[in-house]
Design a protein around this ligand. Sequence first.
Ligand SMILES: [Fe+2]
Length: 236
Amino acid sequence: MKPDYDTFKEEIENLFRKELVIYFDTVDYANHLTDGSDELNELYYLRHRVETITRIRMTAALDALALSKMLPLDYEAARKWAKYTLQEMNHDKMFMGDLKRHGVSEDQVFGMEPLPATVEMGTFLEDKIVNWSPLAAVAYSLFVEWNSDQYSEQTVDRAEVKYSSSHVKGARAHVNFDVNEDHLEIMFGVAHSLLTSEQQMQQLLETCQVISKLFRDYFQQLHQNTVVENKRLSAA
Ligand SMILES: [Fe+2]
């Protein structure tokens, strides 16, 4: 039997909270985007925004794959999922607008190789969607929506202090969009509807842990590729 909705939500959120502790304990620069007391590092911040667009476009394809697997299993959940993913597909435009304000062009964004952890995330999710369940794509969305709920606004505030409100227009609109559309709650609903057993619940939690680990790898690589690499170049 699968857990009831409240227990399900609690188990997922408990896991996400534990994963956050590991993130803050192990990743360099972990709190830099949200509450670092030092000045916001421009390279780190802009590269993160570029990668956000790359991830949106990458997961749009995975979300469509998940939709095709979800339709025969649970048409009502698939309907909600389709609406959600269609909205997410447009969010690259919001971040692109901000990057243009910083002088970063579309060609530059799409010409940049994704970090290895982003590529690995794509491979992992595709394999899980095909060989396990479309729940893998929902797990990714749950993870990003939950963490975005906790931290995105602080990141936007911090960038606005350093730059201006026009530099974060898209990111600010994105935060408001997620809240107004209640994306997190919709994802909890879709995931719970698809869930069929306690065993699948355990597999879902394990999938969330891998997603979380790949995000830790991503932030470590982001730090390495911007802050560390820049220091090395200026010393050389
Ligand atoms: Fe969202």
